[in-house]
Design a protein around this ligand. Sequence first.
Ligand code: URA
Ligand code: SF4
Length: 216
Amino acid sequence: MASLRSYQGADDFVPEDASLATLATAVQQCRGCDLYERATQAVFGRGARNAAMVLVGEQPGDMEDKAGQPFVGPAGKLLDRALADAGIPPEHTYTTNAVKHFRWKPEAHGRKRRIHQPPEAAQIKACRPWLTAELDRLEPQVLVTLGATAGRALFGSSFRVTKQRGEKTGWCWPGPPEREITVVATIHPSAVLRADDQDEAYAGLVDDLRVAASCL
Ligand code: URA
Ligand code: SF4
């Protein structure tokens, strides 16, 4: 069911003309949606200030929420391996998420584990100003969206990863100044970990990353 909730959004919390470092500090004060309430901290992007490639995931997971860094858990390890296999040096990349706080629900029967929940459309929209602020500072040559949430954050709710993956797509940068940037969509690394045929899913991810690498 579509979410009926709407949120204030992050706009009022994003400092204008701030550096990436200042943005990373300011995001800790964000109350643009309800996700800050149950998360340990906001998790901002990480990587080279002059990165040619920006990779956008979904949201921090359990380990990222505790560590305060994106992609440090199992999905991140797999992503690092796939980038290496696609010939993309880590120093050319910056990795972030469409949503900066971890959305989770408690495990049933009073167990302690925090179960990942995908962010709602309204939360993705609320958090988008942080992502556009990052992109505005980074001005990458190519953007890679990992999974459905990141694709929706950029292309809207009609985005389908199965249809759009592995192709170079033009995306209109909100600017100013407005300009087109190349985006390559692919699956989320955690989808590889969940796949029945992990080798095949992994090879598909690496193929898509090679397409992105060819834009550099
Ligand atoms: N999955 C994501 O989408 N992002 C992370 O940072 C970790 C796991
Ligand atoms: Fe702000 Fe995004 Fe966190 Fe919501 S998820 S509180 S919009 S930083």
